[in-house]
Design a protein. Sequence first.
Length: 340
Amino acid sequence: MKNTSLKYFTINILRKIINFPKIFSKKTSYGPDYSDKYFYIIGFPRNEDGLLFIVLCNLSHICYSIKKGYIPVIDQQNFEDQYKTSNEFLPKNSWEIYFNQPFGYKLDDIKNSKNIILSNKLQMPNKYFTIDFDIFMDVQKLTYFKEMFKKSIIFNKKTMDYLISSYNTIFNTKTNILGILCRGTDYLLKKPGGHPIQPEPHDVIIKADEILIKYNCNYIYLATEDQDILEMFQSRFGDKLITNNQRRFSKKDFLKYNYISQIVKTDDNEKYNLGLNYLSTIYNLSKCDYFIGGKTAGSIGVYLMSNNFIFDYIWELGYYPLPSIFTMIKQKLNKIFNNE
């Protein structure tokens, strides 16, 4: 235990050294407008981050800015993320592809504002507003962020219409549904260091059987990006299983890649649709009567969108081992010098 703690402590120190120029927010001015307001621009590179993780990072900064008395404005226009597109029919700010700005102000609205606070370039502003996997065990923290999520993470009309349409199409008049989030592909195959260990599909099926019997569930709504897992569940549960139509991946897709985002990053329409389908999947899970899943950003999203479940269960399996400190430094340097 001591060696593990020392390793994490050392890694955190290294991260702080590497990110030292990024840890402070910066005050600036763009002109005379809105002299009575302070705008907090949330912007930093997102690179390969998934959509729900981006949402959680933005929510963390939103909560921080509101606590400080600032008005948050999300900038995913001037920083890279995997959802940016060249599609002329979609907003340049990739946040606004799926969401409205928290308080209605867009970047163009504040381009001549007097009081601008540029966020630090960290994923979470500080430890007090960090949204991590401890949230599943902290009722007070979960309640706070759930309330803030519902106030400030606002789907735009196009996204909301899609979510409602998808929900009505898939669920229709179905009731007493068990929702399952079962990650596979890049998680189970690559076992990314420092990320939560995901349950094996076989164990998820055993747990699902247990809940089906105990609560006499009528259906299972399965959320998975893994084609092999889907086929396992279809074989076991047959007509009780419902899911949404989305692109799924199998083991062979990851012979050359580590993350799903690396497979689809060149196709704008596919990126947009994958994000939309993912949001609808999380939304649908949040509307189920029961929920089980591994520790993922998606599971946190399910809880933040939900109105509570009759029964829920999250696997506590620890974390995949981190690579050595020297390997991490090498990986970081490779990313810097290769502009990844």
